[in-house]
Design a protein around this ligand. Structure first.
Ligand code: ADP
Ligand code: MG
Length: 302
């Protein structure tokens, strides 16, 4: 059956959320809540962020997850989602869009996020273009910014890094609950999600906070997928952990005394510290010299 815009819109679920008074159906949604709202958008394009042969359900999951990850990165509880769809000529089979929506809505539902609006257009181009916008409310003292890391902070990451392609990049779990667990116990000084690799993303925190960073390479948690992909070659797997994209783990910096307040079950690793001098360095172990860390990964040449 071929895709019909009105039918599609009429089948969207009724939105329900404590802050929402008007959801899908009117010209605009209406919500209230007097706190500093965080809002962000993330778009996905066929060919770049997913492939035409990928499962539409997983593409829907990723559309929700990349946006949910941005809210986690801000230390915010995701509340509302807005979806813009450009449905191209290769996506006009209703089953494909239905599977995409099922993936998206399942993900949103598991984090109590309401789909409150959007737009749907048929496009003459091939493929699917999709853009999500998400709004959220700070958990604790947030929103937590990239620009407020402090000299002396410990640098922390959640989970394990590297090797997200091809297995995990569509179906990863956004670190929403992790952000909540962390922000209810402490207030990180800065935070972001790792989408372009630890080295690159840490360089953003440093630039924006006007500080530098030193990484202890032996403490970086390497994902088994990265080790498997590089056939157990630890040095290449470490490179992957530093520079692979789409890990979507959290990178955050904390006051040293706060480290004891993070329970070990959360699986947070301390991988370095923030320093005043505006450069990125790394060392292999506590006896090794500090060497420059390129945003693309670790350089063995001084
Ligand atoms: P308009 O003519 O104002 O663009 P539409 O007919 O496009 O209105 O949309 C009707 C309702 O359906 C609006 O509330 C809009 O937010 C919602 N909507 C349309 N497309 C989507 C979508 N892809 N996801 C969520 N809500 C949508
Ligand atoms: Mg419209």
């Amino acid at each position: 059956m071929s895709f019909k815009e009105f039918e599609f819109i009429s089948q969207l679920p009724k939105a329900s959320h404590p802050f929402l008074s008007t959801g899908i159906g009117d010209d605009a949604a209406v919500f209230q809540g007097s706190f500093p709202w965080a809002i962000s958008s993330d778009a996905l394009a066929e060919g770049s962020h997913f492939l035409s042969e990928d499962d539409p359900y997983e593409i829907g999951q990723k559309t929700a997850s990349v946006n949910l990850s941005d809210m986690a990165a801000m230390g915010c509880e995701p509340c509302f989602f807005i979806l813009n769809l450009h449905v191209g000529s290769t996506w006009t089979e209703t089953q494909k869009i239905e599977r995409f929506m099922a993936g998206l809505l399942d993900r949103l539902k598991s984090f109590n996020v309401a789909l409150i609006g959007g737009d749907t257009v048929r496009s003459k181009e091939r493929g699917l273009q999709v853009s999500g916008t998400i709004l959220g409310k700070p958990y604790g003292q947030g929103p937590i910014l990239r620009s407020t890391a402090q000299v002396g902070d410990l640098i922390c990451v959640t989970g394990a890094l590297g090797g997200s392609f091809p297995k995990r990049h569509l179906v990863f779990e956004p670190k929403v609950n992790m952000a909540k667990e962390i922000c209810q116990r402490i207030t990180p000084h800065s935070m972001m999600d790792i989408s372009d690799g630890l080295a690159q993303d840490l360089s953003h925190i440093c630039r924006l906070s006007c500080v530098g960073a030193r990484l202890e390479l032996e403490h970086i948690p390497i994902h088994v997928d990265a080790l498997e992909h590089h056939r157990g070659d630890c040095s290449r797997a470490l490179q992957a952990a530093l520079s692979d994209g789409e890990d979507f783990e959290l990178l955050f910096t904390i006051a040293p005394e706060d480290v004891a307040k993070i329970p070990s079950e959360l699986n947070v690793s301390v991988v370095g510290h923030i320093c005043a001098e505006n450069k990125l360095e790394a060392r292999s172990n506590s006896e090794a010299p500090w060497l420059p860390l390129e945003p693309k990964g670790f350089s063995h040449d001084a």
